[in-house]
Design a protein. Structure first.
Length: 127
């Protein structure tokens, strides 16, 4: 699975599970801030990856990455998201605890950690 796909999944899982807008991510593995946003309303998710100038989204459980032209499934059970990236033919599981997303990429046999920045974080900092 591509690193940008893991980030897209992490942002999406966080938005779906917490019900809050994700305004950015910190990728602990790459040690970098990512300009990736996601918002979920009901079963509809929409997002934007600024680095790739790409949009993603769809009606759960099916998401579409417009840049990669690939479908990604995302199903939620409590604080866990599971699914499959059809672009790389790899499965994943993601656990969301508040702002922290732990994602296991089966194609890499490894865990990846992300921390979400929420939209209201920026608004509170400007008050």
């Amino acid at each position: 699975m591509h690193p940008h796909t893991r980030a897209l999944i992490a942002a999406s899982a966080c938005a779906v599970i917490t019900g809050q807008k994700v305004a950015g991510l910190y990728d602990h593995t790459a040690r970098e801030h990512l300009c990736i946003a996601a918002e979920c309303r009901g079963t509809r998710l929409q997002g934007h990856d600024e680095a790739r100038a790409a949009t993603f989204g769809g009606t759960l459980p099916d998401l579409y990455d417009n840049a990669d032209r690939a479908f990604i499934s995302l199903s939620v059970n409590g604080t866990r998201a599971t699914g499959h990236d059809h672009g790389s033919n790899s499965a994943y599981v993601a656990d969301v605890t508040d702002r922290v997303i732990q994602l296991y990429d089966y194609s890499q046999n490894a865990w990846f950690a992300f921390e979400a920045q929420r939209a209201e974080d920026g608004a509170a900092a400007n008050d």
